[in-house]
Design a protein around this ligand. Structure first.
Ligand SMILES: [Ca+2]
Ligand SMILES: [Ca+2]
Length: 290
């Protein structure tokens, strides 16, 4: 192998050094110039995929890391939200339970207050009735049969008419409470059958703005089917014009004696809600003992 050939072989293997290469030989220079780019291009061609792959791998790892971090953060956030939401729901339920208990407590207190008020009223009624019953007096009056008699007697504060004594209260109570109060005294709410009896009671009542007194009749069981407290059915009655009208669920009857003088005894009955607080008229037959 000649020196020239050997030089060309070296150039083929190691590549030319363009700065130190002696290009005096034009053919050698031409060969070197032609070969060098091809040699470098092959290197770059081989290195580019690796660089791209590495970059992609790094980018993928970064993306994976970002996703991982985001997942952890989101998971923690969700957990915090779940805990917060659960705590809020528990707090809400506790608050609702407390409000319910408070409402129930207030209702019980109100009911207790009303019961205490009724108890106080009942005590006053019983005391008044017992006081009147403890001092019976002999009454000489004219019976319904027109005969004078001394056997009919009424307690102090009670008024005799035709075999019965009548008590007019100054206190007020519901219809049921009034009937119970009369029963405590061995009486009942007044049962009125005749215009004379109605007029007698009417004359006992003081006039007032709306002085109203329970009597012993109601249509609690069947609407517009009025019965006395002794179980007998009402016949007729002394209703005000337009009454009874059951205007606001009205099942109990009272007598009204207003300051208007034109109102008369035989048109003085009204129906009204039984839980209204009114004065009352008790009646007791005189053949029973006080
Ligand atoms: Ca009614
Ligand atoms: Ca009415």
């Amino acid at each position: 192998m000649s020196m020239k050939t050997e030089g060309m072989r070296v150039n083929l293997i190691d590549g030319p050094d363009l700065e130190t290469q002696d290009y005096s030989n034009s053919a050698e220079m031409k060969y070197s110039v032609l070969q060098t780019p091809r040699h470098n291009g092959k290197r770059q061609f081989c290195q580019e995929p690796f660089k791209v792959g590495t970059a992609c791998l790094v980018a993928f790892c970064l993306l994976l890391l970002i996703v991982l971090v985001a997942t952890i953060v989101h998971g923690k956030s969700s957990s915090v939200q779940d805990v917060t939401s659960g705590s809020a729901e528990a707090h809400k339920q506790t608050t609702c339970a407390n409000v319910s208990e408070l409402t129930e407590l207030q209702a019980l207190r109100k009911e207790k207050s009303e019961l205490e008020k009724e108890r106080s009223q009942l005590k006053a009624i019983i005391a008044e009735l017992e006081a009147s019953a403890s001092t019976p007096v002999q009454v000489t009056t004219q019976s319904s049969r027109g005969q004078l008699t001394t056997k009919d007697s009424c307690p102090s504060g009670w008024h005799y008419f035709s075999g019965s004594c009548y008590f007019i209260s100054v206190f007020s109570a519901s219809w049921s409470f009034s009937q119970a109060s009369c029963e405590q005294a061995g009486a009942h709410l007044a049962i009125i059958h005749t215009p004379e009896e109605q007029t007698f009671i009417w004359d006992l009542l003081p006039r007032g703005h709306w002085n109203a007194y329970w009597i012993g009749i109601s249509d609690k069981k069947v609407e517009d089917d009025w019965y006395w407290v002794d179980g007998t059915k009402l016949v007729g009655g002394f209703w005000e014009d337009g009454e009874p009208n059951n205007h606001i669920d009205e099942d109990c009857c009272y007598i009204v004696k207003t300051e208007v003088l034109s109102r008369i005894a035989t048109k003085s009955w009204y129906d009204a809600p039984c839980d209204m607080s009114r004065r009352l008229i008790c009646e007791k037959e005189t053949d029973a003992s006080f």
